[in-house]
Design a protein around this ligand. Sequence first.
Ligand code: SF4
Length: 63
Amino acid sequence: MIEIRVDMNRCQHYGQCVFEAPNVFQLNAQDRLEWKATADDAELSNVEAAIDICPMQAISLAE
Ligand code: SF4
């Protein structure tokens, strides 16, 4: 299990993370980011790609 954090003070809801890890990150009807705080280990590489692509460096994994 991985634990995902998003700093909503940084996130600008651009949605790049949604393309990299659609099982974890979504934009809701108001175009606001929603995400799962925990995900299966199988999502790790997708979440790491989302971390790399986020222009605001808003996403991190809990240690
Ligand atoms: S890529 Fe980063 S800034 Fe964009 S919606 Fe995802 S967390 Fe927010």
